[in-house]
Design a binder for this molecule. Structure first.
Ligand code: PRP
Ligand code: URA
Length: 208
C-alpha cells in the first residue's frame, strides 16, 4: 500500500509551527489535533456513499450518506491521545480502541501495556493514530495485535514519519496504508526523528 505524504498548505504551515523548539504545550496540543483532522480528511477520501431519500424543506430530496465499514479509531498511548479529538471532529460516531505501547529508550523495542479493543473488529476500518513513526516498532506491534483480534482493514495516521520506520512497517504489513504530514530525513542514533518534533508524548502531556 502506498504511503501518502499529505502536502496540503495548511498541514505544512501547522507542522512548521510544531517544529519550533519554543512551542508551548497549549499550541502543540492544538496543532496536533488540527493536523490530525486534516489527515483524517485525506484518509477518508475513498469512503463509500449510498443515496437515500429524506424529507427536505421543499419535499423529498435525494441525499448521500456513508455506507461503508464503520470506523474504530486506535490511539496508541500516550501520544496518540493528542490526535484523537482531531479525528473525532470529523468522525464523531467512531468507536475508540485504545492500545498502550511504550518504547524502551535503550533497545528501542516497543512493548504493549494496554489493549482495550471494541468488538466486531472484522467489520470496522481501524484508523491508528500516533504522532510519531520512528523505528516502526510501536506501529507494527499495534497492527499485529489488531490483526490477531480480527481487523482486516487498517490505516495509520502519523504526524511525522522516518523513512526507516516506513520501510519496516511496509515490510511487515504491506496491506496497511500510512498517511503522514511529513516523511522526515532520518533517525538519529537514539531513534529520534530528524528534524522531527522531539518527544511528542512529553510535548502533548507537558512532562519533562
Ligand atoms: C513514541 C511515539 C510512538 C513511538 C514511536 O511513544 O508516540 O508511539 O514512540 O517510536 P517507534 O516507531 O520507534 O516505536 P513513546 O514510546 O515515547 O511513549 P509515549 O507516547 O507514552 O510518550
Ligand atoms: N518518539 C517521539 O516522541 N519522537 C521521536 O522522534 C521518536 C519517537
Amino acid at each position: 500500500m502506498p504511503v501518502h505524504e499529505v502536502k496540503h498548505p495548511l498541514i505544512r504551515h501547522k507542522l512548521g509551527l510544531m517544529r519550533r523548539s519554543d512551542i508551548s504545550t497549549k499550541n502543540f496540543r492544538e496543532l496536533a489535533q488540527e493536523v490530525a483532522a486534516l489527515l483524517t480528511y485525506e484518509a477518508t477520501q475513498d469512503f463509500v456513499l449510498e443515496k437515500h431519500t429524506i424529507e427536505g424543506w421543499a419535499g423529498p430530496v435525494e441525499v448521500e450518506r456513508l455506507s461503508g465499514k464503520k470506523v474504530t479509531i486506535v490511539p496508541i498511548l500516550r501520544a496518540g491521545m493528542g490526535m484523537l479529538e482531531g479525528v473525532l471532529t470529523l468522525i464523531p460516531g467512531a468507536r475508540v480502541s485504545v492500545v498502550g505501547q511504550v518504547r524502551n529508550e535503550e533497545t528501542l523495542e516497543a512493548s504493549t501495556y494496554l489493549e482495550k479493543l471494541v468488538g466486531e473488529l472484522d467489520q470496522r476500518l481501524a484508523m491508528i493514530v500516533d504522532p510519531m513513526l520512528a523505528t516502526g516498532g510501536s506501529l507494527i506491534s499495534t497492527i499485529d495485535l489488531l490483526k490477531k483480534a480480527g481487523s482486516t482493514e487498517i490505516r495509520a495516521l502519523v504526524l511525522v514519519a522516518a523513512p526507516e520506520g516506513i520501510q519496516k512497517v511496509q515490510e511487515a504489513h504491506p496491506d496497511v496504508s500510512i498517511y503522514t504530514a511529513s516523511i522526515d530525513e532520518r533517525l538519529n542514533e537514539k531513534g529520534y526523528i530528524l528534524p522531527g518534533l522531539g518527544d511528542a508524548g512529553d510535548k502533548i502531556f507537558g512532562t519533562k
